[in-house]
Design a protein around this ligand. Sequence first.
Ligand code: ADP
Ligand code: MG
Length: 274
Amino acid sequence: ATDFAPATDAPALLAEKPDSGRRVLDIVGLEKRFGTVNALSGVSLTVQEGEVVCVLGPSGSGKSTLLRCINMLERPDAGQIGIHSRGAGFDLAFGPAAPAVSGRELARLRSHVGMVFQHFNLWPHKLAIENVTEGLIRVRHVAGREAGLLAAELLARVGLGAKMMTFPNHLSGGQRQRVAIARALAMRPDVMLFDEPTSALDPELVGEVLQVLEDVAASGMTMLVATHEMGFARRVADRIVFMDGGQIVEIASAADFFERPQHERSIRFLEAVL
Ligand code: ADP
Ligand code: MG
């Protein structure tokens, strides 16, 4: 048995965004150093259920490090990360005095936090549908037949119903990234992290992936998206987090950020990219 809700139960484009005011992600004072580089210096951020937060900022500002720390692909040097999900909240604290995070805690964290990378990291020797069923079977312990049905639904939802039996090297970059999104959705995460999901794509393939991201957002998924797609951020984000030099320089609603940026570095960034 599984509590997986088939995608068809939640029509992506019709669902109202939940406005529960519930915090899904609570980051406090996150620090990460690489040698002498302060990749993150005291980053704090709260994300509410159903919220879409776009993380903007120049290259090297710490966007990837922030996302990778939330998923523990990097171990923060200090700070706290709280994930408050369906009935099972937990907090991890980091620092010299904090105990090491156990493999079990790590697996638990990852089961709540989905991540989609710039490079899709699909298994090349597995069909599109197998890339989606793999985690369902091995991590969520869904029976094979049921996993196949769920994966087929998710692939249809990202517009790949006709490509289920295709190997990744016969898919376009945009199609591969949509498989990666379906794979992450299959784990039913409480929050999805996207690290520049369209930056590796040819320009003509960016739109189809942004459309899927927009559909996922409209379904009520809580999302943190590092991106250079300003049009997408403006249209889809509830809030913008602007980073520079390993710090959050400005947090504002998308409308305020793009129309009335407050910080001199935000203003300069927008002048350079818009
Ligand atoms: P962004 O994603 O905004 O481009 P990153 O988080 O990748 O920024 O990088 C932030 C800073 O940390 C940069 O100065 C980068 O060079 C450095 N950095 C990131 N990852 C590593 C790493 N694995 N080793 C050393 N330095 C790193
Ligand atoms: Mg990056």
